[in-house]
Structures are given as structure tokens and as C-alpha cells.
Design a binder for this molecule. Structure first.
Ligand SMILES: NC(=O)C1=CN([C@@H]2O[C@H](COP(=O)(O)OP(=O)(O)OC[C@H]3O[C@@H](n4cnc5c(N)ncnc54)[C@H](OP(=O)(O)O)[C@@H]3O)[C@@H](O)[C@H]2O)[C@H](O)CC1
Ligand SMILES: [K+]
Length: 459
């Protein structure tokens, strides 16, 4: 059982393919199910505190895992009961059911136990839970001290993170073999509780991963202000937003941050202020140009945006600037570009779509040729080559003005240090998330920008 950080994220189809490969190499569905069920039982035994257990089993292989787990718990001396929504159907699940020598109660009649194991539906969920399942599931979860979902909470669509029906929140979810998008994407992720990956003896790989603590070198004896990273932030109509981004870039560890479009010195004096002259972006030491926070969407702001797009410097584009662009225009730029849209900006730029957030972010990255940071309560970072990084579990208190500007600045700092774009975007998202976690509640964006330094100090 291990935490999610840096682990592959696979769809149900990818998981089935990995399972198929394991079978071709000599395993079988029954052997995998046996492995899974025993591993689930071991975790439940460890975290269940010796309490009695009720295992809910569905008709498919998720239910099969449940029967094996129940038998293994019983063999370990735990008081365990089983209730089923319907009889097992597949060969392996039928065999697993046969390995359980106790009674099988109906869901509607089952009494709660201190530990509930939800093995009703996993990656095979294909429609909303009907009331005959949803109502007892809720009652039994509410009646339990601890609820553990096998693979995904039943009612959660593993690939998209959609929640099909009124699904109760679980305390722990044991992701089998690898994380699925639903463990990171909202609204499903909120229902998973603590997610741990359970090794099931199947090798999985994917071009999507869970965000992990970044590798971001600290300053050394050879460091100076320019080789630590120089960030140029273009100021627009709302000076405060660019100021927040610039402050964030400084506290994320950039060596030199210049605010372009301002000339009067004011605190903080470490922030260099210069006018946005025609050659302001030509300085080859600039490692990242940040444009968009508080830029303004009026025609007058097209000029600085054109200047930024025309420069050969790596670019981070946020906020208002995203409203003045098209994916084709960004793709035509060439060079390194990172876009940081929230849902409204994303829809305006790429169109509203009905795919999963992961699919939509990937599609946007392909179309724009940019790394796309599709931010929100869950954040998907996608690169044009198909790689993706998922960050769940954001602090809800981030839903306040200016926190997006801080993220843009943090990403600018990472990019200016010379990291590849996807890594820089992920480093900024990680730093931002960690700073917010440390601040706790009701913080403001100004504090978040400063708190980046504490998160940076952890690296
Ligand atoms: N991936 C692996 O390596 C392993 C995974 N295991 C476990 O298997 C499940 C996936 O099992 P699967 O049998 O494909 O699917 P489910 O158990 O999730 O669902 C079974 C069937 O249930 C029906 N269904 C779907 N949604 C509903 C609903 N809302 N209400 C009622 N019934 C529903 C559907 O059948 P239909 O014919 O009725 O459409 C599903 O097919 C995975 O999550 C793991 O837990 C293995 O144990 C081995 C290794
Ligand atoms: K389940």
C-alpha cells in the first residue's frame, strides 16, 4: 500500500490491457482476483482495529475481489459478513463466491458493521446506481466507523471522475494496481477519502502520472541572480494581479524579477520596475515571460500580447491574455508556451467539451502546442506529446481572488530556472498547493505568494 505521488494514472481500458498482458504471461483473472482480495483483506485487518466487517459484493470482478477478501478476513479470525447486490456472473467471480463459506445477505436487509468494505462496482460501472443499491449503501456507510472502497467507490466513473447518483463518501479507497483518473478528478476524488495504491502484481505504465514533489535545485556557490532564473512579468490594466505574480515568482526562488510597464520604484524594492519598451523582452537572460494576470481584455492590450508572442522567450500565459488568443495563434508561435486557464478561460479558448478533464486538457495541449495547466479544485497539466500530470486534493480556501496570479508567477519562476515546460508547470502547481496547505484557511493571495518560500524551502 503506497501513496499516490508520482504513480501512473491509468484508465479502465489501460488497466484491462495490463491485466490481459499479465494473463498472457501465465496469470489468470482468478489468480489476480485472489491476489487483490487477499491484499484488500490484509489492509482491512490492519486498519480495521479488530472491528467486525461487512463486505458488499456486486455481480462483477469487483464483487469477486470482495468475496476473496471476506474469506481471507474470516481465515484471519475477523468477524465478517457478506451482503450482495446480485449474484456473481463471471467465471472468476463465481469461483470467488464459492470460496466464501458463509451466508450471503441481501443489501436491503444487511445490518451495519464497524468496518464496511465496498466491492459493489469498480471500473465496470456503466450506469448510475439505482435506488435499491444506493440507499442501502448510504445507510451501511453511515452506520460504519470506517468505510473502505475497493478500487473506486461504487457509483464513481473511474475514467472521468463523474459521480453517477448519490454516492456516499468513503474514508479509504484502495486503488488496485494504479491510480485511476477518478482518484484525482472531482467530484469523484472527494468521495474517495485517503487513496492508497495496492500492488496487485500487474505492471502498469502510462503517460499520465500523479503530481509529485519536484526536483528543483537549490542555489549553490555558483548561483547568481541571473542564473537562478530571470522572470519578466508584463503589467496590464490591473496592476495588482501582475504584482502578485511577480511577488510569487520572487518567493518561488527566481533570482531576478522585473515588472514591465511600471517605472516608479516602490516596495518591494527587490522587484525591478521598467517600462515595456520595444526591446524589453529581447534580453536573452529572461528565462520566462509572464503575461495575462490583470492584463485587461480591451483591444489596447493586444499590443503587449503580440510583443510577448513574437518574442522567443519561454512564455506563461494566464487570465485576460487567454481571452485575446486562439489555439491556432498559440500553436503558430512555436517556442515554449505554458497556458494556465481556469474552467471559464479554458472553455472560452478551447470550447466547452463533454470529455473528461484529462482528455480535454490533452486535446487542448495538442491543438495549441503548449503545456496546458487546466486548473481548478483538481488540476490537469498536459503536454502536446500526450504526457499528463494530475494534481488533486487542492485546499478549498484557494478559491479566492489572486491565487491564480500567484500560480502563474510560481510557474514562471520554475520555467525561468531552465526546467522543461511540463516539469516547470508541475513544479509551480506543487509549490502553490503546498503553500496553500501550509496556510490552512482564509488566507489571501498576498500571503500565498509569500508562503511559496516555505514550500520552496522544503525542496
Ligand atoms: N484490473 C485488474 O487487474 C483487476 C481488476 N479486478 C477487479 O475487477 C473490477 C472490474 O470488474 P468488472 O467485472 O469489469 O466490473 P465491475 O465489477 O465494476 O462491474 C460488473 C458489472 O456490473 C454491472 N453494472 C455496472 N454498473 C452498474 C450499476 N450502476 N448497477 C448495476 N449493475 C451495474 C455491469 O454489467 P451489466 O451487464 O449489468 O451492464 C458490469 O459489467 C476492478 O474494478 C477490480 O476491482 C479483478 O479482481 C482482477 C484484477
Ligand atoms: K467499489
Amino acid at each position: 500500500m503506497s501513496p499516490l505521488d508520482g504513480r501512473p494514472v491509468v484508465t479502465a481500458a489501460q488497466m484491462r490491457a495490463a491485466e490481459q498482458l499479465a494473463i498472457e504471461r501465465g496469470s489468470s483473472v482468478a489468480a489476480l482476483m485472489d491476489h487483490v482480495g487477499r491484499a484488500v483483506a490484509e489492509v482491512v485487518r490492519r486498519i480495521g482495529g479488530g472491528g467486525d466487517v461487512l463486505v458488499l459484493c456486486g455481480s462483477g470482478n469487483n464483487g469477486g475481489d470482495g468475496y476473496v477478501a471476506a474469506a481471507a478476513l474470516k481465515a484471519a479470525g475477523i468477524a465478517v459478513r457478506v451482503a450482495a447486490s446480485s449474484p456473481p456472473r463471471g467465471e472468476a467471480a463465481i469461483a470467488a463466491r464459492a470460496g466464501w463459506d458463509g451466508a450471503v445477505e441481501t443489501l436491503a436487509d444487511a445490518a451495519p458493521a464497524s468496518v464496511l468494505v465496498d466491492a459493489l462496482f469498480g471500473t465496470g460501472l456503466n450506469r448510475a446506481l439505482d435506488d435499491a443499491v444506493a440507499a442501502p449503501l448510504r445507510r451501511l456507510v453511515e452506520g460504519a466507523r470506517l468505510s473502505v472502497a475497493v478500487d473506486v467507490p461504487s457509483g464513481v466513473q473511474a475514467d472521468t471522475g463523474e459521480v453517477l447518483g448519490p454516492v456516499p463518501a468513503m474514508a479509504v479507497t484502495l486503488a488496485l494496481g494504479a491510480a485511476k483518473p477518478a482518484h484525482l478528478l472531482q467530484p469523484a476524488a472527494r468521495l474517495c477519502g485517503t487513496v492508497r495504491v495496492l500492488d496487485i502484481g500487474v505492471t502498469v505504465d502510462s503517460d499520465a502520472r500523479v503530481i509529485a514533489r519536484p526536483t528543483w535545485t537549490r542555489p549553490g556557490p555558483d548561483s547568481h541572480k541571473f542564473n537562478r532564473g530571470m522572470v519578466a512579468v508584463v503589467r496590464g490594466r490591473m496592476a495588482g494581479a501582475a504584482h502578485l505574480a511577480a511577488t510569487a515568482a520572487m518567493h518561488a526562488g527566481a533570482g531576478y524579477v522585473v515588472l514591465l510597464g511600471a517605472s516608479m520604484p516602490e516596495a518591494p524594492y527587490a522587484l525591478v520596475r521598467k517600462p515595456l519598451t520595444d526591446d524589453a523582452l529581447d534580453d536573452p537572460r529572461i528565462g520566462a515571460v509572464v503575461i495575462g494576470p490583470g492584463l485587461g481584455r480591451d483591444e489596447g492590450m493586444r499590443e503587449p500580447l503580440d510583443q510577448a508572442l513574437a518574442s522567443d522567450r519561454p512564455l506563461v500565459i494566464d487570465g485576460d491574455a487567454l481571452r485575446l488568443l486562439t489555439p491556432e495563434r498559440i500553436a503558430a508561435r512555436g517556442g515554449t508556451t505554458i497556458l494556465t486557464p481556469h474552467a471559464g478561460e479554458f472553455d472560452a479558448l478551447f470550447g466547452a467539451g463533454d470529455g473528461s478533464k484529462l482528455d480535454r486538457a490533452r486535446d487542448a495541449a495538442t491543438r495549441s502546442g503548449a503545456v496546458v495547466v487546466f486548473k481548478g479544485p483538481d488540476t490537469v497539466i498536459a503536454a502536446p506529446d500526450g504526457r499528463a500530470i494530475l494534481a488533486g486534493d487542492a485546499n478549498d480556501w484557494l478559491s479566492t481572488a489572486g491565487t491564480g496570479d500567484v500560480l502563474t508567477g510560481a510557474i514562471g519562476a520554475a520555467l525561468s530556472s531552465g526546467m522543461p515546460a511540463l516539469d516547470a508547470a508541475a513544479a509551480g502547481v506543487w509549490l502553490h498547493g503546498e503553500a496553500a496547505r501550509r496556510l490552512g484557511a482564509a488566507f489571501i493571495a498576498d500571503e500565498l505568494a509569500v508562503a511559496l518560500k516555505h514550500a520552496r524551502g522544503m525542496l
